[in-house]
Design a protein. Structure first.
Length: 176
């Protein structure tokens, strides 16, 4: 029976567990199987930005924010997210109105096939929320669980550093 962080023990009824997960700011009631992974539940609900790469905790493409921290959704049961806040890439920006981190990735040429990008952007967001002025080593450390098959990571590191500048400028009401 899945235990949830400080939220008691959930019970399965007819093989399903009723959970409430705050996804991108909205409380969603989901019916999940006890062994269903968060990644599968999210994708089933239409949050396809969380990508299934290795499905084994190795590549980072399934990264979401769980209570503000990067988490591998392929390694967490959906029931473990009960009562918690999940942010997927759909919660950041849109094509028309990208988040500054997404904009910075595009401007830096960090996006090739794009498969790794949602996870990278969310890992970057967690870093910049905690440390608005990271150095290159800190950026590399924050992204080191996110594999990319297309790039040499240089552009993505540049993207995060540019995003930091953009976010700082936006705070001050300037353009970066
Ligand atoms: S799909 Fe989750 S770490 Fe690769
Ligand atoms: S841009 Fe293709 S895997 Fe990273």
């Amino acid at each position: 029976m899945p235990k949830t962080k400080g939220r008691g023990v959930l019970k399965a009824v007819d093989g399903k567990i009723a959970v409430v997960i705050n996804i991108n700011g909205v409380d969603k009631k989901l019916s999940v199987a006890p062994g269903e992974y968060l990644l599968d539940a999210l994708r089933r609900e239409g949050y396809k930005g969380a990508k299934k790469g290795c499905d084994n905790g190795d590549c980072g493409t399934c990264t979401v924010l769980l209570d503000g921290k990067p988490a591998l959704s392929c390694m967490l049961f959906a029931a473990q997210a009960h009562g918690r806040k999940v942010v997927t890439i759909e919660g950041l920006g849109t094509t028309d109105k990208p988040h500054p981190i997404q904009q910075a990735f595009v401007e830096s040429g960090a996006v090739q096939c794009g498969f790794c990008i949602p996870g990278m952007v969310l890992a970057a967001k967690a870093l910049l929320d905690e440390n608005p002025d990271p150095d290159e080593t800190q950026v590399r450390r924050a992204l080191d669980g996110n594999l990319c098959r297309c790039t040499g990571y240089v552009k993505q590191v540049e993207g995060v550093l540019l995003a930091a500048k953009k976010l700082k400028a936006a705070k001050k009401g300037r353009k970066a």
